[in-house]
Every structure is written in structure tokens, then in C-alpha cells.
Design a protein around this ligand. Structure first.
Ligand code: COA
Length: 712
């Protein structure tokens, strides 16, 4: 069955792309053959003056190349050949007898956008679903069907680099402004307008080649050289050289300016091939599959009851976390009853909600009316009025078991039967909170990360008592808030904080030994983390870290004993950023400066510093985390290795190009990892004892993920 169907409209061929049996349109070898057949047909049929490409799917125009196909490449040369095939196809689209109009409704990504760029005219439907992007770099690749050549010619060099180097989505209106689209219309008249334009193009009323946008800098070689130099410097600074596709994309774009048109395309094909075979791309493609598979995971193994609809929630505690949760819920049209004990606290919380929502208004992501509507969904209270019809309550009160028990009991007295009590605790085991409940099956953990509106992860924590419908509803609600949701079993630290603990502790132990703060942070930035561990301590707050460290040490013993430095620095009254005093200096406004050298005086090593190599720091910190992640699989905290990797990347910022801590196990190999951990354990007895599962894997020669085909 062909993916393309053709219908004639008075000299205009409307070609509808609707890949049978698939939720999205994507390019595969078979689809390319379908396009070739249609091109042949239209070339022959001289009654056709123009053609329209439109999607038969409701939400996507074209989602790009079939990523499954990337897994089948056998060599870089193979991938380069595939790219060259794509070039041929696009060339026919651009230069064939018949002019094409792309009628874009929904996601127009990667090869989808490249196809549109080869069309003579692009119309976007004015709908929030219409997004255009070249997301290849997010997969460790570069555009391979002419994107690095046609996009700069269409929107100018700077705008093109901005899209190609970030992979970011461009909405319909912005596409029109930048020249990426020629016209924007209401979705209802997309098809008719496209047919009209195709006819105008075919009859010469509308010129097939029109002047393109270019900025002053683009227009001359010197200006372009400046743009390339700046882009390269910025890319290297941001990526620390870990993402080769970024530099490859720059090289491909530059080739299109420096040599002939053919040189540009040839460079793109060659580099696409090379990038398809980088370990970085393998890991990023894994993350794509892992997040996609999580979108469908109900959180319940086996048959899951349907999730309940949640249109109103209660939030207890109007602090920073509570306000974040209330704000992201309101953004999704969910009504929020927002409660604290004092009017002043409620007012402060509502102001914080307003600030979060206002950020989106300022960025023009919502209209004034939408902003007002969202804000009006959140109502404050100091009692439990308005809670009797709330199916889900999220508590974000003070981290103290007695306080949690008190609010749980109060809430249960007013909530409707069957309501879910979700706790946003980050440290207290859920079963301990549930112990005070009259129905522990309705209690679940919802561990949001701070700031809630920015952090993509939600960790849902279930106890053996939590009912399957509670899990399914909580997971579905988290996803509705736009979060990537992992479900983990209940234990101290859950998953994310548990693997963070030995990592942070190890940074502290290095400080105990006399290592320099900036050397530790820089080493881990170079490893690929977004912030260094000592900076992270300052950000989280030393009091919070100290409390959580004590809980982890009590639960897991010496292995997770916090450093002496943490205790001493905290005892000296340094709380980190919030107290404007920590390991780093902060000015009046809270802006971070350099290392606060006076902090060394309160550390066990005093004023004497030692030199530790970056490699040693990276080995100690990263393997402490990796080993703990393996223990979380071993202890059944994780339902799948996939969740461990997604949790680390999305919750902590574990370097995406490494795939996650469990992917690191597969990359290094269990046997080699055991050796390296044993070597560390000999130096630091007890801290690096390899996880039992790791030894088993080493003995059996197994991996967490399949070594061939789809990783998840
Ligand atoms: N190649 C292969 N499969 C793809 C795909 C692609 N380019 N784009 C989407 N899919 C698949 C997903 O894997 C998923 O498959 P499944 O149902 O077997 O799990 C299905 O299409 C639906 O995708 P999903 O992400 O669940 O739907 P969504 O509506 O939330 O998002 C997209 C749709 C297109 C926005 C999103 O899938 C996406 O961003 N895709 C990747 C686009 C991309 O990177 N293209 C460039 C390739 S070089």
C-alpha cells in the first residue's frame, strides 16, 4: 500500500501523505520509492501544472526520517549513500517540471522540513500543533536531506544556525516572520489555499523563485566569517566538545557558502554518514526511544485500570514547590485549591504562581487572556473548603513526618472517597507517610524537581499498598503536566536522590582530602554535567543536603556516609545560595561569584590544598553514581533500566551523550567496571564495593540493553 495518494483538482495534483498503520508520517526506503513513483507520474502527465503536499495525519505533517532506519545502517558510507538518495529526491522536488506547495499542519520535523524547503512555496496552518524544526542534532546527527544547504538560503545564515544547532521548534507565526513559511492560514482553508497557490505557481502568476531573506552579515564573506566564528566559539563553550554533530553541522553549512552547491550537499552527506556512527548519536537515539516508550507506560505492570480524569486538584503548602505545582497545573487548565495555614503564606504562594505564569506571558507563549484564565484557576484558602470534590491532592508541606501525618489526617476527613493523597516529599519514605492513612492504597509519592515549571522529570513513588488505579491516574496526570514520568518503588532517596547521594558525598570526600572546589566542579562540567557538584550543594542548600545525607547514611550505612566537610561547613552557618554564603561567593542580589576561599578554613583539610587530576575526580564521582544506579536495579527500585537512565538524565542532568548511568555500564562493560570499582574500593574501602548485580553481569557477560536493534 502506498503512503501517498493523488487526487486531481483542475490541473493541480493534491498528494496526501498518510503512512498506513503508523501514527506519524516518516521517510523510509519504501516511502522514498512512493515519492519517486508520484514524481514520475506527474512529470508524464502534462495536464498537471502544480502539486500540493499535504498530510493525512491530524497532528503531524512529516516527523522526519524513520529513526528505526538509522539502526540499520551498516557503515558511515551506507548512511552517506542514504543521505545522497535523499538529496536526489529533494532535487526532483525543487527542480522538477511541476512546482510544489507544502501545506503544513502539525509537526514538520527533520526530513519533513527539508522536504518543505525543497518545495516552491510553504503554507503553515495557524495552529499550536504546527511546529517546524530540524531536530537532528538532538539525535547526534546533522540534517541529511539538504537542510544545512536550503535552510540558510531560505531564512538567512544566523536564523538557520539557530535552528540547526539547537533543533528547537519554530511555531507557525514565527515561521512566517522569519521567511521559513511564505503564508499562514487558518487550518480550515489550508488545502484550498495550497491548491490555489500551486495553480498560480504553475501558471506563472506567482514566481517560482522569489527573493529570500538575508541579513547584512549574511550578505558578505567577512560578515559570514564573523557569524561562523562566533557560532563555533559558542558551540564549543556550551558543549565542551562533547557533541561532534554541532561542529559537523557548522562545517556542512559553511561548505555551502565556500564551495559550489554540489560541494555543500556532498559535505552534508559525508558528515551525516560520519555522525550516524558516533557513540554520541547512539546514546541520543536511545534517549529518543526511551522517552517515547515512557509516553506509553501506564506505570503499572500488566493490565492497568484506566486513569481517572483529574480536572481539579488540591495543593497543600504554598511554598516554592507548591506554587510550582499549582502553576504547571493551571497551565494545563486544571483548577487548583491552594492551601496553607496563614493568609500571608497563601498570598505569597499566589504571587509565586503569578510569577511563573507571567514568565510565559512575557515570552509571548500565552496571550493576556490565557494568562488571566490560568491565573483564575488557582484559588487560595486557609481551610479545607473546596476540597470535597478534589480527586487528587498533592501535599508539599514542611519535610517533617509529624507534619505530613497531621495534614494527611486533616485531608482525609474532607476529601471525597477514593481521592488520591500524593506527597511531594523528597526524603521521607512514602510508606512511613502512608502509615497514618486510613487507606494506604490511596497514598503515592509525586517527587517533582525544582523549579517545577522547568524541570522535565516527575518521579512517582509507589509502595506495595498503592492501588494500580492510583498509579495509573498519577502517572497520567504527571504526563498531562508535560512531565516525563518514571515510576519507582519506595525506599530512602527513591531513585534520583539515592544515586545523587554517593556522587555528592564523593565530592565532599575530595574536599575532606583538600581538593580545590573549582577543580572538582570543572572536572564534572567537563564530564558533561550542567553544574558542578559543589555548586549543586550551594544551590540545593547545605541544610537540605545535610538532612537528606543523614537519612541516606542511616538507611544504607557507611557506604553513603556524608563527608565531614558538609557537616562542618553547615555547622559554620553556611547554607549556600539562599544564605548568600556557601562554597562560593554571592553578591547582594544573590549572583554567584568565584570560590569563597574562606570556606577552606572550616573544612577538615584547613588551608592546605592537594592536587587531584580531573580524570580521578571524574572516575570517583561518576562511578559512585553508576554503581548506586545498578544497586537500584538490583534492589527492585527501578522497574526497568530505561527509567534509571531517563531519571538520571532528566532529573540530575547526567550527560545525555553518555545515555545515562546504566548505559555507561554497557559502554564500559560490566567486567571492566568491576575491575575499576575494585581498584577504587582498594583505595577507599567500603565506598566502591561493586554491586552484586554488576558482578553477576560481569560473570555472565550480559548487558542492560540489547546490543542490536531497538534499544528499548
Ligand atoms: N522515526 C521513527 N519513529 C517515529 C518518528 C521518527 N522520526 N517520529 C515519531 N515516531 C514514532 C514514535 O517512536 C512512536 O512510535 P510507537 O507508537 O511505536 O512508540 C510514534 O511515532 C508516536 O510518536 P510519539 O512521540 O509517541 O507521539 P507524539 O505525538 O508525542 O510526538 C512527534 C510526535 C513527531 C512530535 C515526536 O514523535 C517526535 O519528535 N519525533 C521525532 C522527530 C525527529 O527527531 N525527527 C528527525 C529525525 S532525523
Amino acid at each position: 500500500m502506498s503512503a501517498l495518494s493523488v487526487s486531481m483538482h483542475d490541473g493541480v495534483a493534491v498528494v496526501t501523505f498518510d503512512l498506513p498503520g503508523e501514527p506519524v508520517n516518516k521517510f523510509s526506503k519504501a516511502v522514498i520509492a512512493d515519492f519517486v513513483a508520484v514524481f514520475d507520474q506527474l512529470e508524464r502527465d502534462t495536464s498537471v501544472v502544480g502539486a500540493v503536499l499535504i498530510s493525512g495525519k491530524p497532528d503531524t505533517f512529516i516527523a522526519g526520517a524513520d529513526i528505526d532506519g538509522f539502526l540499520e545502517f551498516t557503515s558511515a558510507a551506507d548512511a552517506t549513500r542514504e543521505s545522497a538518495e535523499g538529496h536526489k529526491l529533494m532535487d526532483r522536488l525543487e527542480h522538477g517540471r511541476v512546482p510544489w506547495v507544502a501545506a503544513i499542519n502539525g509537526a514538520c520535523l527533520g526530513g519533513g522540513l527539508e522536504t518543505s524547503l525543497a518545495c516552491a512555496y510553504r503554507i503553515v496552518a495557524d495552529s499550536p500543533r504546527t511546529v517546524l524544526a530540524l531536530p537532528e542534532v538532538q539525535l547526534g546527527l546533522i540534517p541529511g536531506a539538504g537542510g544545512t544547504q536550503r535552510l540558510p538560503r531560505t531564512v538567512g545564515l544566523q536564523a538557520a544556525l539557530d535552528m540547526i544547532l539547537t533543533g528547537k521548534n519554530v511555531r507557525a507565526k514565527k515561521a512566517l516572520q522569519s521567511g521559513l513559511a511564505d503564508e499562514m492560514v487558518h487550518p480550515n482553508i489550508l488545502r484550498e489555499t495550497a491548491i490555489r497557490r500551486a495553480r498560480e505557481l504553475g501558471t506563472g502568476k506567482l514566481p517560482r523563485v522569489r527573493p529570500r531573506k538575508s541579513s547584512l552579515l549574511d550578505g558578505n564573506p567577512l560578515g559570514r566569517a564573523v557569524v561562523f566564528r562566533q557560532a563555533r566559539a559558542m558551540t564549543l563553550k556550551k558543549s565542551r566538545g562533547h557533541y561532534p554533530a554541532l561542529l559537523a553541522a557548522l562545517e556542512a553549512v559553511a561548505a555551502g557558502y565556500h564551495g559550489s552547491v554540489a560541494d555543500g550537499f556532498a559535505t552534508e552527506a559525508r558528515l551525516f554518514g560520519e555522525m550516524a556512527f558516533t557513540p554520541v548519536s547512539r546514546q541520543l537515539v536511545f534517549l529518543f526511544y526511551a522517552t517515547t516508550s515512557l509516553k506509553k507506560d501506564t506505570g503499572v505492570s500488566g493490565d492497568a485500570p484506566p486513569p481517572k480524569k483529574v480536572e481539579k486538584i488540591g495543593v497543600l503548602g504554598t511554598g516554592f514547590m507548591g506554587a510550582g505545582i499549582a502553576a504547571v497545573s493551571a497551565m494545563q487548565g486544571v483548577a487548583v485549591r491552594f492551601k496553607d495555614t496563614q493568609h500571608a503564606a497563601v498570598a505569597k504562594g499566589l504571587a509565586a504562581v503569578r510569577d511563573v505564569l507571567n514568565e510565559r506571558l512575557k515570552k509571548k507563549q500565552v496571550t493576556r487572556q490565557q494568562f488571566a484564565d490560568q491565573l483564575s484557576l488557582v484559588s487560595g484558602t486557609v481551610d479545607y473548603t473546596g476540597f470535597s470534590n478534589v480527586p487528587l491532592l498533592i501535599e508539599a508541606v514542611f519535610e517533617d513526618l509529624a507534619v505530613k501525618h497531621a495534614v494527611l489526617k486533616e485531608a482525609e476527613a474532607v476529601l471525597p472517597p477514593g481521592a488520591i493523597f500524593a506527597t511531594n516529599t523528597s526524603t521521607i519514605p512514602i510508606h512511613k507517610i502512608a502509615a497514618a492513612s486510613r487507606d494506604a492504597s490511596r497514598v503515592v509519592g509525586m517527587h517533582f524537581f525544582s523549579p517545577v515549571h522547568k524541570m522535565p522529570l516527575l518521579e512517582v513513588i509507589v509502595t506495595p499498598q498503592t492501588a494500580p488505579d492510583v498509579v495509573a491516574t498519577t502517572v497520567a496526570f504527571g504526563r498531562k503536566l508535560g512531565k516525563t514520568v518514571i515510576v519507582v518503588n519506595d525506599a530512602p532517596g527513591f531513585y534520583v536522590n539515592r544515586i545523587l547521594a554517593p556522587y555528592i558525598n564523593e565530592a565532599g570526600k575530595l574536599l575532606d582530602e583538600g581538593a580545590r572546589i573549582e577543580v572538582i566542579d570543572t572536572a564534572m562540567l567537563d564530564y558533561g554535567f550542567p553544574v558542578g557538584p559543589v555548586t549543586l550543594l550551594d544551590e540545593v542548600g547545605l541544610d537540605v543536603a545535610g538532612k537528606s545525607g543523614a537519612i541516606m547514611a542511616a538507611a544504607f550505612g557507611g557506604r553513603l556516609q556524608p563527608s565531614a566537610t558538609l557537616g562542618k561547613v553547615l555547622a559554620a552557618g553556611r547554607l549556600g545560595r539562599k544564605g548568600k554564603k556557601g562554597f562560593y561567593l554571592y553578591d547582594e542580589t544573590g549572583k554567584k561569584g568565584g570560590v569563597d576561599a574562606s570556606v577552606y578554613d572550616v573544612t577538615p583539610a584547613g588551608s592546605s590544598r592537594i592536587d587531584v587530576s580531573a580524570a580521578d575526580i571524574q572516575e570517583r564521582l561518576s562511578l559512585a553514581m553508576v554503581n548506586e544506579a545498578v544497586r537500584c536495579v538490583e534492589d527492585g527500585i527501578l522497574r526497568a533500566p530505561r527509567d534509571g537512565d531517563i531519571g538520571a538524565v532528566f532529573g540530575i542532568g547526567f550527560p545525555p551523550f553518555r545515555g545515562g548511568p546504566l548505559r555507561v555500564v554497557d559502554t564500559i562493560g560490566a567486567a571492566e567496571l568491576v575491575k575499576r570499582l575494585e581498584a577504587l574500593n582498594a583505595r577507599f574501602p567500603g565506598r566502591f564495593e561493586p554491586a552484586r548485580l554488576l558482578r553477576d553481569m560481569a560473570a555472565r557477560g550480559t548487558t542492560f540493553y540489547p546490543t542490536k536493534g531497538k534499544p528499548v
